[in-house]
Ligand binder design. Structure first.
Ligand code: NAD
Length: 263
């Protein structure tokens, strides 16, 4: 399948490692040029350099904290300065901390909302006018399987991803007449630092080991293993493509079958 991503400009948020990095690599292999951001300069620079070397893509790396308005402004302005447009927006950020309701203060809730909901809204606000003008755009939000089936001990993620899903589903209808699609991809347990951290956290909470926590997750997954970031990235690349022109407002799992629901 020819995806038609050659020469497209993609802004991939939170892309120094994990799912964001895998998405950036996949889009660059398909011929897109990239604007990437993350908070840590060193890891981001290494990621950008590795993608340039592998693919020859133009990759702009911008150090930015997506939970701050200034960070969002920095990365989007840089994209417009360098390329004059953003065709594909992939929203992503670090996941909020694990823990039950009583573990999180009002401030922690507010940070999660800024990092995982407001960042999606504000990145979208910045790129949407140009997409409407050109009558073409792809907005893809990294959410979570938690949207379909809340995950125990992740009350912040369970709550905030649902809000992103409501935002995206509504926006999809508003912008469909302009040739812009808005979709969410819901990762299941995928082998990244985030999942390693969750395994450590659950292990210390329950007095087990990270290995036994990973094994318990694998036991819940019909495919019997964690996902790989590139398996997630392939779905994002398809939704970003020319070929996904009639898919919008959807939330698509990449979870090895973890969600048990029919729809
Ligand atoms: P990760 O921790 O491995 O990587 C997160 C990336 O985000 C890093 O590049 C980090 O530098 C960047 N980042 C974090 N906070 C940021 C901020 N405020 N501003 C800018 N950059 C920031 O995580 P991951 O596994 O790649 O997960 C990505 C998203 O997907 C998270 O929101 C996570 O909760 C969600 N998710 C992941 C899984 C999984 O199994 N990996 C499952 C469901 C949902």
């Amino acid at each position: 399948m020819i995806l038609g991503l050659e020469g497209k400009i993609a802004l991939v948020a939170a892309a120094s490692r994990g799912l964001g990095r895998a998405v950036a690599e996949e889009l660059a292999r398909e011929g897109a040029h990239l604007v990437l951001c993350a908070r840590g300069a060193d890891a981001l620079r290494e990621t950008a350099e590795s993608i340039r070397m592998e693919t020859g893509a133009t990759v702009i790396d911008v150090v930015a904290d997506l939970s701050e308005p200034a960070g969002i402004a920095r990365v989007t302005q840089r994209a417009f300065e360098e390329f004059g447009r953003v065709d594909v927006l992939v929203t992503n950020a670090g996941g909020p901390p694990a823990g039950p309701f009583e573990a999180h203060s009002a401030e922690v809730w507010e940070t999660a909302v800024r990092q995982n909901l407001v960042s999606v809204v504000e990145l979208t606000r910045a790129v949407l006018p140009g997409m409407k003008e050109r009558r073409w755009g792809r907005i893809i939000n990294v959410t979570s399987i938690a949207v379909k089936q809340p995950v125990d001990n992740l009350i912040l993620s369970n709550s905030v991803r649902a809000a992103v899903t409501g935002f995206a589903r509504t926006l999809a209808n508003e912008v469909a007449p302009f040739g812009i699609t808005v979709n969410n991809v819901m990762p299941g347990y995928t082998r990244t630092q985030r999942v390693e951290d969750l395994a450590q956290k659950n292990a210390s909470l329950r007095g087990t080991t990270p290995a036994s926590e990973r094994a318990a997750w694998e036991g819940q997954i019909p495919m019997g293993r964690l996902g790989e970031p590139n398996e997630f990235a392939a779905m994002v690349a398809f939704l970003a493509s020319e070929r996904a022109s009639y898919t919008t407002g959807a939330s698509i799992p990449v979870d090895g079958g973890w969600i048990r629901g029919l729809l």
